[in-house]
Design a protein around this ligand. Structure first.
Ligand code: NAD
Ligand code: LMR
Length: 329
């Protein structure tokens, strides 16, 4: 029996993500939580003739979160405000940091062994926040905490196909680092199957992958950021994890993880100047992250320069998240 929860279930991402989980044969129980509108979203989804039993909760003075989370195996968190044109993801920190802190505190109390998938931005900082909260409650397990960066990989294959032709589903592109602008590093020299990007198109393609989120924010013109593609990408990650839990092997997904808590991660940490968190492809298994895969040694000189930029941005983002929960002074 798998019980999944979506926290922020009434939002732009929350609703389509909840729909995908509700119709997934991998989910037996789906619990929806938000500060608004969950009764309606829950009633609507509960009419679908899929196997998942859908329940919905509002805060109810704290009891709602407890009811939503008790017994959960997997918790997906897209709660928080999205960007408007002109904002960076870091501009969301002020509001979203507290939201993620409070929701992950609920996870620590009511379902401490659950997998936690963080979508709320800025992911580079909200995942360190989640880790610190879980550590404070003595329930942190790095193999179960995932920053969802799969949208970068989804976009990368779409944008590569737009340049070289073929179907987006033909290409697998490793994207490492973090989830904002220059911290997103596509390793286009390692596309499978081997694919040459024309040199006159390379820089524009890298920029498009790094700033793909801005395209959507601009097109939505003040009404939000990516929701449908994110719901797809978030579901894809959750589905891979649940397939791994059920015993399927050799499942690899990109995700932003606490490096030293995952097999193979310490070596990557040493290569990225000691950063605690970094997105890399990770093999998933029944209990979460089995091992981090290191594509960095094969990076070419251009990609190594991109990685240097990413490292600078990430160091500050990670420290900001960690300090929010555990101030050093
Ligand atoms: P949205 O405003 O449409 O939905 C957010 C939902 O969170 C709302 O329903 C709101 O009521 C709810 N919420 C707010 N505070 C809450 C709380 N304390 N507890 C529970 N629910 C709460 O926004 P959206 O478009 O769905 O985006 C959500 C977040 O996801 C944003 O921070 C956005 O930047 C981020 N995002 C991340 C990625 C990624 O790749 N990781 C991609 C797209 C968006
Ligand atoms: C994205 O990459 O689409 C998300 O992080 C949302 C955003 O703010 O761009």
């Amino acid at each position: 029996m798998v019980k999944a929860a979506v926290l922020g279930a009434s939002g732009g991402i929350g609703q389509p993500l909840s729909l995908l989980l509700a119709i997934s044969p991998l989910v037996d129980e789906l619990s929806l939580y938000d500060v608004v509108n969950t009764p309606g979203v829950g009633a609507d989804l509960s009419h679908i003739n899929s196997k998942a039993n859908v329940t919905a909760f509002l805060p109810e003075g704290g009891e709602g979160l407890e009811k939503a989370l008790t017994g959960c195996d997997i918790v997906v968190i897209p709660a928080g405000i999205p960007r408007k044109p002109g904002m960076t993801r870091d501009d969301l920190f002020k509001i979203n940091a507290g939201i993620v802190r409070d929701l992950v505190t609920g996870v620590a109390k009511f379902c401490p062994k659950a997998f936690v998938l963080i979508i709320s931005n800025p992911v580079n900082s909200t995942v360190p926040i989640a880790a610190e909260v879980l550590k404070k409650h003595d329930v942190f397990d790095a193999t179960k905490l995932f920053g969802v960066t799969s949208l970068d990989v989804v976009r990368a294959s779409t944008f590569v196909a737009a340049v070289v032709g073929g179907s987006p589903t033909d290409y697998k592109v490793p994207v490492v680092g973090g989830h904002s602008g220059e911290t997103i590093v596509p390793l286009l020299s390692q596309i499978t199957p081997k694919t040459e990007i024309p040199s006159d198109k390379l820089e524009a393609l890298v920029k498009r992958i790094q700033f793909g989120g801005d395209e959507v924010v601009k097109a939505k013109d003040g009404t939000g950021s990516a929701t449908l593609s994110m719901a797809y990408a978030g579901f894809k990650f959750a589905e891979s994890l649940l397939r791994a839990v059920k015993g399927e092997t050799l499942i690899i997904e990109p995700t932003y993880i606490f490096l030293e808590g995952v097999a193979g991660g310490q070596k990557i940490k040493d290569t990225v100047g000691g950063l605690d968190f970094f997105a890399v492809p990770v093999e998933l298994g029944p209990s979460g992250a089995v091992r981090a895969i290191n594509p960095l040694p094969q990076a070419n000189d251009y990609e190594k320069a991109l990685l240097e930029e990413a490292k600078k941005g990430l160091a500050g983002n990670i420290a900001k998240g960690t300090e929010f929960i555990t101030p050093t002074s």
